[in-house]
Design a protein around this ligand. Structure first.
Ligand SMILES: Nc1ncnc2c1ncn2[C@@H]1O[C@H](COP(=O)(O)OP(=O)(O)OP(=O)(O)O)[C@@H](O)[C@H]1O
Length: 598
């Protein structure tokens, strides 16, 4: 029984408020009680005043009471609203923190690609952003208003007990029954797949329409109308679903009116009869009539939806926490205990590694074997989609192999302490992040000396960027944007800085794709020099860069099909040699073309 109460979302919501700020919560509840009881006191005081006037008795005491209650009611309302809004902000902040911690907690990334988890995260985040209902600091006022009305309704129904034992039951019961009658229609379940899908798609269209990175393509491809239509259609779905919920109210509304007319009619008929026969005096008639009207506060319709929405939002955050700590997708990658300091000293070895992305059917890596000697450089080449980036994602332990092992100096990667292993690795991915932060934080998000940052920038060929405080986003004061190649140099500088700070494995996934040909050769030579002694893994389609690596492996259909130095692979006359010659021939043609033009 107790557990069925404590597991109710409303209970969880109030418990969350309490945990986020006990004192404010206690004050908030005390004010609800006080504000709820005051109207009943007012009604009684007015009745006493009317009675005194009718009897010619002194009216000073009831007048003072009425004045005091009135003033108190006026003062408490704004005070309560401040307390509620403050409490809402505290609770919201706490939930916000918990959501970020929960989403960031899993070591792998599969949970962020899992539809169910994404739905939960969307629901929780939408609540957090105030998208699926009023933000908590505003809902608190609506919820408090509903609770005050509930207390006020109960207190005034209780006053009716002084008239007849059945009166509070009849009048209060009728108003309370409205909740039961409307129970189906007052809630609009926002967490159904249909709603979340429409919400997510609408938000995506909205972001594409207003965010600057998408602005170029949207205009160039004439997508503005298409985007608006998509947004409008998803919003229409949401409005339609809400409308369906509202229509559910039509039938219960008729029943509600009937119940209220019958109960009100009976009560006021009885009150009128007793007044006519003199069974009650004028003051009592006034008190009971007002109390009967005041008991209508028990309908407190606002509480139903506001509390339900706020409680559902809190539940979403708690569900995200649970999912992220227990489900298979979230726990797919678990840290080991062996410290990784100084690793690899001898080699990294992929042993018969097979990997399938969650939810996919065919393997990306299929029994892949590869040994990478420590301290050297290895280039990985292969056609688009061959599995090159997947290989390094496994090395970074963003995913674990489905079968086979990756070993570092003979130790299974899964047994290594993940934090210390990731400190050993530094990587630039194809989709590296362009942080909307000052230049220095783009190079060293966790901090470094200005000298280290400048040196890293110089190695990456970005020595021209020296104002470390400039925010790399035009949306900020004195902020600026960079060209694609400049951004890539910043991402490279990030890796170089991490190497200076102790990383021993460097992963470069298409690090020079956006650099001009001369810049590429210069930068890559400098990078190789700066990462001397590190185990460097380079993925690139540019053979001018690839050939500089100590060893090159060709990945095809999830396996290594060729492995050796540039000269060895050229002598082999296999896939590598063919691809290299193709690119060299194209380059020569282009050169000839430009020479002729000159
Ligand atoms: N998160 C993911 N979920 C499902 N499939 C994925 C995911 N990431 C990549 N894939 C698929 O895995 C395959 C290998 O992708 P990967 O990025 O490793 O290729 P790649 O060799 O690096 O290609 P490219 O040269 O184009 O960068 C592709 O078919 C791709 O569609």
């Amino acid at each position: 029984m107790l557990s069925s109460i404590t597991s109710r979302k409303e209970w969880v919501f109030f418990a969350t408020l309490w945990r986020s700020h006990p004192w404010l919560t206690a004050t908030w509840w005390a004010l609800i009680l006080l504000q709820g009881v005051l109207p009943a006191v007012f009604v009684v005081a007015v009745g006493v005043l009317v009675g005194a006037l009718a009897d010619g008795a002194p009216i000073r005491t009831p007048l003072i009471l009425i004045g005091a209650v009135f003033v108190l009611m006026q003062l408490l309302t704004p005070l309560h609203s401040q307390v509620g809004s403050l409490l809402g902000e505290h609770a919201s902040d706490r939930l916000h923190d918990r959501l970020l911690v929960a989403a960031g907690a899993p070591e792998g990334v599969a949970h962020l690609e899992n539809r169910e988890h994404m739905d939960e995260l969307t629901a929780a985040r939408d609540f957090d952003l105030g998208m699926s209902g009023p933000p908590l600091h505003l809902s608190m006022g609506i919820i408090a208003g509903g609770l005050v009305e509930a207390v006020a309704g109960l207190a005034q129904a209780a006053v009716l007990a002084a008239y007849a034992w059945w009166a509070p039951l009849l009048v209060g019961g009728a108003w309370l029954s409205t909740h039961w009658l409307l129970r189906e229609s007052t809630q609009w379940d926002r967490n159904t797949g249909e709603v979340l899908d429409a919400q997510r798609r609408a938000e995506y269209s909205y972001r594409l329409a207003v965010d600057s990175p998408a602005a170029k393509e949207i205009r160039l491809f004439g997508l503005a109308n298409w985007l608006t239509d998509r947004f409008a259609s998803d919003r229409r779905t949401l409005v339609e679903l809400r409308w369906q919920a509202t229509r559910l109210r039509q039938k219960p509304m008729r029943w509600m009116v009937l119940v209220l007319v019958v109960s009100g009619g009976l009560f006021f008929w009885s009150l009128g009869r007793d007044a006519a026969t003199g069974a009650i005096d004028l003051g009592q008639v006034s008190t009971f009539a007002y109390a009967a009207v005041g008991a209508s506060a028990l309908a407190f319709g606002g509480l139903n939806w506001a509390l339900s929405l706020a409680a559902e939002g809190v539940m979403s955050v708690l569900r995200v926490e649970r999912t992220m700590s227990s489900t298979a997708a979230a726990r797919a990658v678990v840290s080991g205990r062996t410290p990784a300091e100084g690793m690899p000293a001898a080699e990294i070895r992929f042993r018969d590694v097979t990997f399938v992305y969650p939810g996919m059917s065919s393997p990306v890596l299929d029994g892949l074997d590869l040994t990478i000697p420590a301290g050297g450089s290895l280039a990985v080449v292969g056609v688009n989609g061959a599995g090159k980036s997947t290989l390094v994602k496994l090395l970074c332990r963003l995913y674990d192999p489905v079968s086979g092992t990756i070993e570092v100096d003979g130790t299974d990667l899964r047994d290594l302490d993940l934090e210390s292993w990731r400190r050993r690795i530094s990587a630039i991915f194809q989709d590296f992040i362009r942080y909307e932060l000052p230049l220095k934080d783009n190079v060293a998000p966790l901090g470094a000396t200005p000298e280290e940052v400048l040196e890293a920038l110089a190695t990456a060929g970005a020595a021209g960027l020296r104002d470390l405080q400039t925010v790399l986003s035009p949306g900020y004061e004195n902020g600026t944007d960079l060209s694609g190649g400049q951004w890539q140099r910043i991402a490279l500088a990030r890796v170089m800085c991490a190497v200076r700070q102790g990383a021993g494995v460097v992963v470069l996934d298409e690090p020079t794709a956006q650099l001009d040909v001369r810049g590429e050769a210069e930068v890559f030579d400098r990078v190789l020099e700066a990462t001397e002694g590190c185990t460097t893994i380079l993925i690139s389609h540019r053979f001018s860069t690839v050939r500089r690596a100590d060893r090159i492996c060709v990945v095809d259909q999830g396996r290594v099909v060729e492995l050796g130095s540039h000269d060895e692979l050229m002598a082999l006359k296999g896939t590598y040699a063919r691809l290299f010659e193709l690119q060299a021939a194209r380059f020569n043609e282009e050169q000839d073309g430009s020479d002729d033009a000159a």
